[in-house]
Design a protein around this ligand. Structure first.
Ligand SMILES: C[S@@+](CC[C@H](N)C(=O)[O-])C[C@H]1O[C@@H](n2cnc3c(N)ncnc32)[C@H](O)[C@@H]1O
Length: 382
């Protein structure tokens, strides 16, 4: 374990507290205690909610697969148009009625749809989000590859699985992996769709108003810059990404009417330094794809490219560090491991990497939805 990870470790508990906590854990695990606890109203409630939480973990895979079927069969789009009977849905999506009833009941239990009195099915707000939230259905759809990678979790954690997920996102292996225009178009579209919420929450957490030129490094086809450009009409913008990725940005900038204050610079941050001229550099969902070594080099290049007083903004899903959380530690961290090239990091780890590159005044402002993105910023002082 490197020193940088050590900073993220919790303080060890005093010996007495460790013993008491171990005794308590053994007590909870004993069948006799569980039977005793189930008899009293207060402990009964605790036992029951713990039992439900445990069952949710046990059933999680079935829940995900119900969701996957719901999305793949395009049921959100279907039910968005009109409420429908089970028989009509069955005909439309080509699933036999008796099997569809199981799918409909499961989706009802998960709060995706509701059954009206007349026996017709309608979307709930949660179900409607699948039709309306940009990129969400696409993300769920491509999870098939992640689930295949995780099919043998023990082998996965032992590092014995040649995971497939990285093939879906070939850019992580550097400029050489991202030259096929069709593949690039496929992943760039998914990134751009799923960026909408990330951009919303980043702009909500950070003011870009004091900057003159923002450069988005690894900015894909310019979706983040477009969001900033529309929010700040006086800002100049620079997009930096791989040569096979950036051409599609031109149409996006033109459609948004920001082409006159936008420049596009193709290049690879692994092979060359970054262009200067920007007083704010953003890295959105870039660091987690790369090793600590590549990230350290990249952050040093960012530092070099900024003038004194310039700011770096990092926005991506992060782990919880000493307080692991479900989105960062029980999802993104596995996703990044399946990608093989990088890892999910906590705000503390990213802050340490920023300080290591020379940045000061490192801050982690809170974001609205940490399961969408978290933010860390730093300043080049001189
Ligand atoms: C996960 S995507 C994020 C794209 C965009 N920032 C977003 O959040 O939608 C990572 C981006 O980094 C770019 N990238 C990867 N390696 C790169 C490199 N060596 N130089 C420049 N860009 C690179 C990829 O092409 C891709 O657009």
């Amino acid at each position: 374990m490197t020193e940088q990870h050590m900073t993220d470790l919790p303080e060890p508990l005093p010996r007495g507290a460790v013993k008491t906590s171990r005794r308590f854990t053994r007590l909870i695990a004993s069948r006799a205690f569980q039977r005793w606890a189930a008899r009293f109203p207060f402990t009964r409630r605790m036992v029951r909610s713990e039992g439900e939480a445990m069952f949710d973990l046990v059933a999680g895979f079935c829940h995900s697969q119900l969701l996957q079927a719901f999305v793949r069969l395009k049921m959100p789009q279907l039910l968005l148009k009109q409420e429908m009977s089970a028989a009509a849905i069955s005909e439309e999506i080509d699933v036999p009625l008796d099997r569809l009833q199981v799918l409909l009941a499961g989706c009802t239990a998960l709060g995706l749809i509701k059954r009206r009195r007349a026996g017709r099915y309608a979307l709930t707000t949660r179900g409607a989000a699948l039709a309306g939230v940009p990129g969400l259905s696409g993300m769920i759809d491509h999870h098939e590859i992640l689930y295949l990678d995780l099919a043998d979790p023990v082998a996965f954690f032992r590092g014995h699985v040649e995971t497939e997920l990285a093939e879906f996102w070939p850019y992580v292996f550097g400029a050489k992996g991202a030259t096929d225009p069709r593949t690039v178009a496929q992943y760039s579209q998914l990134m751009a769709d799923s960026l909408v919420l990330v951009a919303e929450d980043t702009l909500d957490a950070i003011g870009f108003g004091s900057a003159h030129r923002v450069m988005d490094v690894g900015g894909g086809t310019g979706a983040f810059l477009t969001a900033i450009g529309l929010a700040y009409p006086d800002l100049s913008l620079t997009l930096f990404d791989l040569p096979a990725v950036v051409p599609a940005a031109r149409d996006r900038f033109e459609a948004a009417g920001i082409q006159n204050r936008t420049e596009i610079i193709p290049g690879s941050f692994r092979d060359e330094g970054l262009p200067d001229g920007a007083d704010l550099i953003s890295l959105v969902r870039v660091l987690y794809d790369h090793s600590d070594e590549t990230v350290a080099d990249l952050l040093r290049s960012v530092y070099e490219a900024l003038p004194p007083g310039g700011r770096v903004v990092i926005s991506e899903p992060m782990t919880g560090g000493v307080v692991p959380h479900r989105a960062g530690d029980a999802y993104f961290a596995l996703y990044c491991m399946a990608m093989r090239t990088g890892r999910a990091r906590s705000a503390v780890e990213i802050s340490d990497l920023l300080r290591g590159a020379g940045f000061a005044d490192v801050k982690a402002p809170s974001t609205r939805r940490p399961f969408i993105t978290s933010v860390v910023t730093g300043v080049r002082l001189d």
